[in-house]
Design a protein around this ligand. Structure first.
Ligand code: FES
Ligand code: FES
Length: 153
């Protein structure tokens, strides 16, 4: 079976697949056991599956394995741990920025890429940066507060 090499959360991984178009999301969740990225729409429209590829936020449900091969992938698990959360994760906890939590992966990963590009964003820049990430619970006000808190950390 063909194999693909990826660097995932700092570790070299080799995965097998017959299909170079297999979504990266399936590889991360099903082959590598990483449950941070979520399956929401599967169409690149909600953001729940967002991961970082070479520090850019990408939607793993529409990123083919063949395109991800050779790149560095960071998932929610690669940002921090419960004992030592990443500043963005800590800010989401401090602001209680989740209700059901299903969007949280996409919000945190998208915000991580945003703060990487724009370390001190305005409220408007945070809104723009997160515009494509959908929260069905309406937690946006707290999420924006959390991103601003992280930018001050
Ligand atoms: S599950 Fe990937 S964008 Fe919705
Ligand atoms: S907290 Fe439920 S979808 Fe955002």
């Amino acid at each position: 079976m063909p194999t693909y090499k990826l660097r995932v959360n700092g570790a070299e991984k080799t995965v097998e697949s017959w299909d170079p178009n297999q979504p990266l999301l399936y590889v991360l969740r099903d082959s590598l056991g990483l449950q941070g990225p979520k399956f929401g729409c599967g169409l690149g429209q909600c953001g729940a599956c967002t991961v970082l590829m070479d520090r850019q936020a990408v939607r793993s449900c529409v990123t083919p394995l063949g395109k991800a091969a050779g790149h560095s992938i960071t998932t929610l698990e690669g940002l921090g741990t419960p004992e030592k959360p990443h500043p963005i994760q800590a800010a989401f906890i401090a602001e209680q920025a989740a209700q059901c939590g299903f969007c949280a992966n996409g919000m945190v990963m998208t915000a991580t890429a945003l703060l990487d590009r724009t370390p001190k964003p305005t409220v408007e820049q945070v809104k723009q940066g997160l515009a494509g990430a959908i929260c069905r619970c309406g937690t946006h006000t707290r999420i924006i507060r959390a991103v601003l808190r992280a930018s001050r950390a």
